[in-house]
Design a protein around this ligand. Structure first.
Ligand code: HEM
Length: 411
């Protein structure tokens, strides 16, 4: 035990270093973990996501202290107890609701940044796959959370989504009942979704975040020119004081200060929404208690699921389900659909750039159409065209990147 200094003050730098290797961590972050210089604020979105997840966890724990997972009590525990009786209960609820909505906006920005700069390609496939795992887990987390206030939209959205598990005309009703624990959403349904929301899915998310960070370690993050950087050479230049020539910066404190700045700006906007514009994150229909005998005239999901919903809706039940599955799978396996070895930002990839913007505009169109009632024929037709286009985007990407590959080989 000779290396323990008896005179070191508890919790001083030395005391902590002897116990948890604090200086080793500092050394790794200051001198062994390098980030490309050439990146913009979009590369801070990963940390913004991690911070938003932290806020969701903390606000969720606060709400958990008063929430009651019982169909007779859930609605009132949220809408009366938490909103009016518990000190600052309304604040934690608004933070949680705004966080749940905004986290998807940031996820989409993060995903589209990855697509634009080709950050899912060669060497980074597992970053993308673990990211998609996070996307699915966050979707499940948001859906299960939406059930908890036990309002009209909770009940009916739950009914519609769990009905999908009957698998169209295969009509596997047993599976739907097994998931619900009853013929219709009820007490068993609410308590199991409560368990998923507060326990199983958050644990899965934490595991997936660790995996996502792990997959980033060897390939390092990409950069604005999608350039393959020799990290060792650049790090040596930095250490030798040739900072201008070096293409990298140390994670701490240089890069971290950039991340913290972007997070600061983000939190100003976030809390502006929490205090002045939280309504966008709360559906007015869900302020009516769940009633299994009163179907709302128009059932729709939250905005972040609308593009998927609009791919499902315009088709007949079976084709809609297949279209939905194909669309999700195409997003998941993007690194393997893109055949081009060319890792470059979209503005340097000709046809790919057009593909990228068409995909983005198409997803926004699907989102807008998904919110409208299906009764208007013009909007229904636009929705159908956008859905068919989305399904075609996978094969189109395959073809244009095969073409890119040929040109690359010929060059
Ligand atoms: C929701 C939880 C998520 C967290 C906390 C997270 C965190 C991070 C962080 C910290 C980085 C490195 C810095 C950066 O590029 O921003 C990163 C990179 C990356 N993430 Fe995520 N991410 C999440 C979700 C996703 C999703 C849904 C996808 C897409 C499927 C994704 C795909 C990627 C890719 C491709 C990179 C590499 C970017 C590059 O090399 O430039 N992530 N993520």
């Amino acid at each position: 035990m000779a290396h323990f200094d008896e005179n070191a003050k508890p919790f001083s730098n030395k005391w902590l270093d002897e116990r948890i290797g604090l200086n080793t961590l500092k050394r790794v972050l200051n001198t062994e973990y390098w980030i490309p210089k050439n990146i913009n604020f979009l590369w801070a979105m990963g940390m913004v996501l991690a911070a938003t997840f932290g806020i969701l966890l903390v606000s969720g724990i606060m709400l958990l202290m008063y929430y009651k997972p019982d169909t007779n009590l859930a609605f009132d525990s949220v809408n009366y107890t938490i909103m009016s009786e518990v000190g600052y209960g309304w604040l934690w609820r608004h933070v949680h609701a705004v966080g749940a909505s905004i986290v998807f906006l940031i996820i989409y920005i993060h995903m589209f940044t990855g697509i634009y700069y080709g950050s899912y390609k060669r060497g980074r496939e597992l970053i993308w796959l673990s990211g998609m795992g996070l996307f699915v887990a966050f979707s499940a987390e948001a859906f299960s959370g939406y059930m908890l206030p036990w309002g009209q939209m909770s009940y009916w959205a739950g009914m519609v989504i769990t009905n999908l598990f009957s698998l169209g005309s295969l009509d596997v009703t047993g599976l739907v009942e097994w998931i619900r624990g009853d013929y219709v959403p009820g007490d068993a349904y609410l308590t199991r979704f409560f368990m998923l929301h507060v326990m199983l899915i958050p644990l899965a998310i934490i595991g997936l975040i660790v995996l996502h960070f792990g997959t980033l370690r060897l390939p390092h993050v990409n950069n604005q020119e999608s350039e393959e950087i020799d990290f060792e050479e650049s790090a040596a230049l930095w250490k030798a004081g040739k900072r201008k020539e070096s293409k990298v910066i140390p994670f701490s404190p240089v890069f971290l200060s950039k991340d913290v700045f972007v997070m600061g700006v983000y939190f100003i906007l976030f809390f502006y929404l929490v205090f002045y514009n939280f309504e966008f994150a709360m559906d007015p229909v869900n302020f009516d208690p769940a009633d299994g005998l009163k179907t709302p005239t128009h059932i729709y999901p939250e905005w972040y699921f609308l593009w998927s919903y609009e791919i499902l809706r315009p088709f007949s039940k079976d084709i809609g389900l297949i279209a939905f599955g194909v669309a999700q799978a195409a997003m998941f396996f993007l690194p393997f659909i893109d055949r081009s070895p060319n890792v470059a930002p979209a503005h340097k990839r000709g046809l790919f750039q057009i593909w990228f913007w068409v995909l983005l505009i198409d997803m926004i169109t699907l989102t807008a159409m998904g919110k409208l009632p299906p009764t208007n024929p013009t909007f229904a037709t636009i929705g159908l065209i956008a859905a068919v286009l989305f399904l075609a985007m996978g094969p189109i990407l395959f073809i244009i990147t095969m073409f890119e590959k040929k040109i690359e080989k010929g060059a």
